[in-house]
Design a protein around this ligand. Structure first.
Ligand code: PLP
Length: 355
């Protein structure tokens, strides 16, 4: 399949009309993994969104935050309020991007793996270095995760009311930055990949593989794929359990992002292929396969992946290749979405990554 240059150009033009704050280093690198391509008998490439910047620890969220911060500034906001878990990459990167744009970050974080107050680690440590206002919502024993999420959302609403009553304008970003505006970041990301492939003399890949959480990345990739006329199969591996409504949610998000570009809905829930078989016991809980994937990619290619998202997707990828579900000789792009700070988080989250 060769790429449709006209569609690519049209998609770029539509995106160029949307306000975007330049915060990261784009395009992110794209390269082949020589050793593992040979070992697996596929052509394996990486899209390096772990290297987005703005600082050492980048990640996929920066793509979304560029569009979200532009929208926040347009609305005249002074404070940016966002949500996540205590080791949220999205929350940390929001705080970093607020720092470079003069906005004040306020983070509401669910403690899933309980952090130690006297030993702040990984992203939670970085949140504090960045000067974010941090609110931790401790888990209540026996509470369902939906209830903890509701408590987090109510706490954030209360803080927003308080700030606004004092005349401070607030801009709220949902978990993972997965709003229609944030999703535009990955429409742009998909187009960026297509341009890189094209300028390297490579065709549309057979598979684009990535880890999925809030669904914003996937929604953007699907919208970008539809816009560019790419035929690649987008294969997503979940970082936590997903309900039956997930596919509809992702398709709706993709179509709302397309609507912002003046496009008809092009994505249906049938396009959403999310495998939850590699989640294991749950979000932030490593599995044997995810732990060995971290070691394998570090020891063969010198690249670090994170235990919460990318390692679970890599575990899925390795299994698909070994079982032939991804046929030998396929051209596979794995989207490195970042997150390796979690290697320095609480032990329970990291797993046995050495020995
Ligand atoms: C947030 C995140 C994802 C998932 O992206 P969503 O848009 O939330 O689905 C994947 N990998 C890493 C490292 C992330 O931080």
């Amino acid at each position: 399949m060769s790429m449709d240059k006209q569609k690519l150009g049209d998609a770029l033009e539509r995106l160029a009309r949307v306000p975007r704050e330049r915060l990261g280093f784009f395009p992110t690198p794209f390269h082949r993994l020589k050793n593992l391509s040979e070992e697996f008998g596929v052509e394996l490439y990486l899209k390096r969104d772990d290297l987005t910047g703005p600082a050492t620890f980048g990640g996929n969220k920066v793509r979304k935050i560029e569009f979200l911060i532009a929208d926040a500034k347009r609305s005249g906001a002074e404070y940016v309020i966002t949500h996540g878990a205590t080791q949220s990459n999205h929350a940390m990167l929001t705080a970093a991007c607020c720092a470079c744009t003069g906005l004040k970050p306020v983070l509401f974080l669910n403690a899933i793996v309980p952090p130690s107050e006297n030993d702040l680690r990984a992203n939670l440590l970085l949140d504090h270095i960045l000067g974010a206002e941090v609110h931790i919502i401790p888990a209540s024993p026996g509470e369902k995760s939906g209830d903890a999420d509701r408590r987090r959302e109510e706490a954030a609403k209360a803080r927003i009311r308080e700030l606004e009553s004092k005349g401070h304008r607030c801009y709220e970003i949902p978990v993972g930055g997965a709003s229609p505006i944030g999703t535009l970041g990955f429409v742009s990301g998909y187009i960026e990949l297509m341009e890189q492939l094209s300028s390297s003399g490579l065709d549309d890949p057979d598979y684009v593989v990535h880890a999925s959480g809030s669904g914003g990345t996937l929604a953007g990739l699907l919208a970008g794929r539809a816009l560019t006329g790419s035929k690649a199969t987008i294969l997503s591996f979940a970082s936590g359990p997903k309900g039956s409504e997930y596919a509809d949610h992702v398709a709706a998000l993709a179509n709302r992002a397309l609507a912002l570009l003046g496009c008809e809905p092009l994505v249906t829930s049938r396009d959403v292929k999310v495998d939850t078989d590699f989640v294991g016991e749950g979000y932030e809980i490593p599995t044997e396969a995810s732990t060995s994937a971290i070691k394998l990619f570090a020891r063969r290619e010198g690249i670090f992946f994170d235990p919460v998202y990318t390692a679970k997707a890599l575990a899925g990828l390795v299994e698909y290749i070994r079982s032939g579900r991804i046929p030998g000789g396929s051209r596979v792009v794995f989207w490195h979405t970042g997150g390796a700070t979690a290697l320095f988080a609480e032990k329970a989250m990291v797993g046995r990554v050495y020995s």
